[in-house]
Write a protein that binds this ligand. Structure first.
Ligand SMILES: Cc1ncc(COP(=O)(O)O)c(C=O)c1O
Length: 417
């Protein structure tokens, strides 16, 4: 008979302990954060591993501070899916700025961050043991979001560096036909994390048609929809059909586009009444605090403020992206530039004695321990081949990132010599 889990835990409780859903690079990050780079601490730690935007706090702080007149109703129980007025505000904002068509507030649910949206949505559309397709390279958090409690299995659809990491329907066919599991959905991130890529309307149409033919759900994670720069235009997966129907769902959040990951507010847009009810049934366990909804409503409902914020944010992201591109080029670190999001995907293969997962891990550890910089290892982005690392460029001030890249360039050149 199998031994009972230690500490009086259930089997599922113990699974959380044994498969702790926090990757090692995040532990390393928090261990070093108090010794961060500054002009006075030039050897300090440079964090380039967590998808956050720290370039716009000066814009948000006064607006948030001015939104603190808390009405009594916000500290009482309300709809766990978001108050009526918050969902109306979000629906109108997403319709106006992201999807470019009217969104019914009854089709909107807000809960505490995208991780929560995804967990609740996939709980509603897939059974334990079912498969979900996720193209890679990918955002690492999808694995805990879908696997830890929903007990689904992600089937990675590996794209290859040889094709510029291009996702094709042949790859999707091979993934779905190559598994015995029932596949219930494709989770598609656009703009992409970590490729920083925007998908064209044609590409989105191909993906939608494929999902329709296969009769599976298609979830568009559009968290970086407004974080585009240098004149790039985002196209929402939700704009390609007159209605979303029962199987297309959109996910957005304030975490990235409003640089407010700590406020924990993610949004589901779905027209499937069953899905909405099933997520509503879970929302109590992950509701957004009334106070947070109220503050966010003040930001998002002020068209003039939010439009100015989005424009200035895009300008700053573009400037930072340009400065870090120059630094990476000067440091001879090959990289795939982005058009949106917070990322460069760096090709580190030339700095590895052989192109293996062990060598990637060794290089990443050396960068953290010796060079005092932290990138996201490609293995954590579930890339199908070793040798790549994600660099997040707005997670600290640009001067720090540039200093980190310069330090990395010098150290890598010495290591190769
Ligand atoms: C593509 C993508 N989806 C979801 C998330 C999770 O976001 P949240 O902090 O709102 O849970 C992230 C965070 O990095 C992300 O990059």
């Amino acid at each position: 008979m199998e031994a009972a889990p230690p500490n009086g835990l259930s089997i599922r409780g113990n699974r959380m302990v044994e498969n702790r859903p926090i990757p090692g690079y995040i532990d390393e990050h928090f261990a070093r954060i108090d010794d961060a780079w500054s002009p006075d601490n030039p050897d300090g730690y440079v964090a380039m591993c967590i998808a956050e935007n720290k370039l716009v706090w000066d814009l948000i702080e006064p607006k948030l501070a001015a939104s603190r007149d808390v009405p009594a109703r916000v500290i009482a129980y309300d709809l766990m899916t978001g108050t009526q007025s918050f969902r109306e505000t979000v629906a109108s904002f997403l319709g106006r700025r992201v999807v470019y068509r009217d969104i019914d507030p009854e089709h909107v649910i807000a809960v505490a961050g995208t991780g929560t949206v995804l967990e609740m949505l996939f709980y509603a559309i897939a059974n334990p043991g079912d498969g979900v397709l996720v193209p890679t390279p990918s955002y690492t958090g999808f694995w805990p979001d879908l696997e830890a409690r929903d007990e689904l299995t992600i089937i990675p659809v590996h794209t290859s560096s040889d094709t510029g990491f291009r996702l094709t329907t042949d790859l999707l066919d091979a993934a779905i036909d190559g598994t015995d599991r029932p596949v219930k959905a494709l989770l598609f991130t656009s703009p992409d994390n970590p490729l920083g890529r925007i998908y064209s309307a044609d590409h989105l149409d191909t993906i939608i048609e494929w999902a329709e033919q296969r009769q599976i759900h298609l979830v568009f994670d559009e968290l970086f929809a407004l974080s585009v720069f240098d004149g790039s235009t985002f196209v929402s997966g939700g704009s390609r059909r007159a209605s979303l129907g029962d199987r297309i769902h959109l996910v957005w959040a304030v975490s990235k586009d409003l640089a407010a990951s700590g406020l924990r507010c993610g949004v589901l847009v779905s027209e499937n009444p069953g899905v909405l009810q099933a997520v509503e049934g879970q929302a109590y366990w992950g509701a957004v605090s009334g106070d947070t909804q109220y503050a966010l409503e003040q930001l998002i409902s002020d068209d003039e403020w939010i439009d100015g914020f989005v424009e200035e944010n895009q300008r700053r992201l573009g400037n930072a992206h340009r400065r870090v591109t120059d630094a990476l080029t000067a440091a001879s670190i090959p990289h795939i530039p982005g058009q949106a999001g917070f990322f460069f995907l760096c090709d580190m293969r030339r700095f590895m004695p052989d192109v293996t997962w062990e060598a990637e891990d060794e290089l990443w550890s050396w960068l953290v321990e010796v060079v005092n910089v932290n990138l996201t290892p490609g293995s954590e982005c579930h890339i199908g081949e070793p040798g790549w690392m994600r660099l997040v460029f707005p997670s600290v001030e640009t001067a720090a990132v540039v200093a980190g890249v310069e330090r990395m360039g010098r150290a890598l050149a010495d290591r190769r010599a």
